[in-house]
Design a protein around this ligand. Structure first.
Ligand code: FBP
Length: 546
């Protein structure tokens, strides 16, 4: 494979490790834990993995470890740093015993069920160190939740002599990792399951998991491009750029990018929901900012829109919930001719939802009826919210123009940033964090743990001072309604409106809305001074009072 000079230099980068992981470790156990909510229900569902203590690794004395075989799975959407989790895991099990072996299951959890795997040897691992992407083994969204899947997995686990499985995924995948850990523990199969917190969306975090990996790099890539657009927009002064950013549910990415680039407008879905805003309220808010800038002669600007917005507008949320039932498996919708689908949907919805659905532009209405993902979620990345909002803003401004309330011009450009950031080469932060997460997973395995998520904390300090350990996954769970049933799931971390990142944004947004206060962060730097290369996200720094 031909490589660029940067790729060659980057391959040689040695990720930093917390001090405690640099030699032999020992386990320091904390107090027993309990789930964030619904303790009795979670305890009953996870009798073998509930209540385990928090774990921290401290320096210990070298002991001999037998060689172990480990399996690894990448689950869900790509996130920068996945390859470093795997290389950290590989180096960790090799440090314990050089004869340890690592097997990667191909294309996500489905690889375990279908017995599709490959051994990850040192020459393969070396090809992928510090690179973006999940292509070393591929990823997939198969949901591991049924007993027959667990049993099929067990067959190959036994055949390969695998002692532990590491599942690298988001909240849903780690929930499933915990269910699997419980199942194997209950059956006394002798197979451990460890999770690793992944997702660019940044919504798998809590007191013990500071951030999910990939969030840092993805936000830096998007912020670079938003900055470039802002410079373009400030140069030609003729467009409003509507920029949708990934983040299926939470608005962390949009908020972080706003903190990095200071756009004119950033919509935060969690606020829209809390204020019970309608679609028209959101449109009016944007149109007013456009009109205010136009009054100063500035017919240009930037609007950041979180991908999940549509589901947070209370009226739209109700509509989507009814659509989900209507389009559930086996519904007659699939049999209806494409041209008649809209009318069919309108005829089946409740009066209130039918009126909202009928008012939506054709494209968005169709996008809302597309297939759900395997977890039953609307695929919000396919909904062109940025176009929907700019079209509606244009209509409102035209109306205001007639009424003499708008004197400027309005021309829009649309962008969606998501896939371009998910496989970027990891920033130093993600390269180090991921490598440490993988290495920590190997130590959890060596110490016989199961049902734990690898945890690396204190990451706004130098890597030497990072704290590595494990968090029982049951500790992060609560009961939520999914597909009409109450299920144990890891609680999703949405943007907190009383949290420091949102407050920092809210304190400045009125100023950014009227002024041209753009910041142009530039590309991620991998080599150079620490203040340029090793900064965490603003979200994390603010959350940690830095
Ligand atoms: P994960 O939660 O699996 O990490 O994926 C998040 C995400 O990147 C979302 O931001 C986006 O909506 C979704 O994946 C897109 O999924 P797909 O890759 O299946 O199109």
């Amino acid at each position: 494979m031909t490589k660029s000079a940067l790729q060659i230099a980057r391959a040689a980068y040695q990720p930093k490790l917390p001090k405690a992981l640099k030699g032999a470790v020992k386990v320091q156990e904390g107090a027993p834990t309990q789930s964030v909510a619904d303790q009795e229900a979670i305890k009953a569902l996870f009798p073998n993995t509930y209540g385990m203590p928090m774990i921290q690794f401290v320096e210990g004395e070298a002991t001999a470890f037998p060689a172990i075989n480990v399996g690894v799975i990448l689950s869900g959407g790509q996130a920068p740093g996945g390859h470093n989790v795997i290389s950290g895991l590989f180096d960790g099990i090799k440090a314990l015993n050089k004869d340890s072996r690592l097997f990667g299951f191909i294309l996500g959890p489905g690889g375990l069920v279908d017995h599709n795997y490959k051994e990850l040897t040192s020459d393969i691992i070396d090809e992928y160190r510090n690179t973006g992407g999940f292509d070393i083994i591929g990823s997939g969204r198969t949901k591991l939740e049924k007993e027959d899947q667990f049993e099929k997995g067990l067959e190959i686990i036994k055949e390969l002599g695998i002692k532990a499985l590491v599942i690298i995924g988001g909240d849903d995948s780690n929930t499933n990792a915990c269910v699997l850990a419980e199942y194997y523990a209950a059956k006394k199969c002798g197979v451990q399951v460890i999770g690793c917190p992944k997702t660019i969306d940044g919504d798998l975090k809590n007191e013990m998991i500071e951030t999910s990996f990939g969030f840092d790099t993805a936000c830096k890539v998007y912020s670079e491009v938003i900055g470039n657009i802002q410079r373009d927009c400030n140069s030609s002064r003729k467009y409003w750029h509507f920029i949708k950013l990934m983040g299926r549910s939470a608005s962390h990415i949009a908020l972080e990018c706003a903190l990095q680039t200071q756009p004119n407008i950033c919509i935060v879905s969690e606020e829209v929901e809390a204020k019970n805003m309608s679609l028209d309220d959101v449109v009016t808010y944007i149109a007013q900012a456009v009109a205010n800038r136009a009054a100063q002669g500035n017919n240009f600007g930037t609007v950041l829109i979180p991908e999940g917005l549509i589901e947070f507008i209370p009226a739209m949320k109700k509509l989507i919930a009814e659509l989900n039932d209507l389009l559930a498996e086996g519904s007659e919708f699939a049999m209806i001719k494409k041209s008649a689908q809209r009318e069919w949907v309108i005829s089946k919805l409740s009066q209130e939802n039918a009126a909202i659905y009928a008012s939506l532009p054709e494209g968005v209405a169709r996008q809302l009826t597309l297939d759900r993902d395997p977890h039953g979620n609307v695929q919000v990345s396919l909904i062109e919210t940025e176009k929907l909002l700019s079209d509606m803003v244009a209509v409102k401004l035209a109306q205001w123009k007639e009424e003499g309330k708008f004197v400027g011009k309005f021309a829009a450009q649309h962008h969606f940033f998501g896939y371009e950031g998910r496989c970027a080469a990891p920033s130093n932060y993600d390269a180090d964090y991921c490598y440490a997460l993988g290495y920590t997973a190997s130590m959890l395995i060596a110490n016989g743990k199961t049902g734990y998520m690898s945890s690396v904390r204190n990451t706004t300090a130098p890597a030497e001072e990072w704290i590595a350990g494990g968090v029982p996954i049951t500790m992060m769970m609560n009961m939520e309604r999914r597909h009409g049933e109450m299920k144990p799931v890891i609680q999703k971390a949405l943007v907190k409106l009383d949290g420091a990142p949102f407050k920092a944004f809210a304190a400045k947004r009125d100023e950014w809305a009227i002024e041209t206060a753009y910041v142009y962060p530039g590309p991620i730097q991998y080599f150079g001074p620490t203040e340029v290369c090793d900064q965490p996200t603003k979200t994390l720094a603010l959350e940690q009072g830095k």
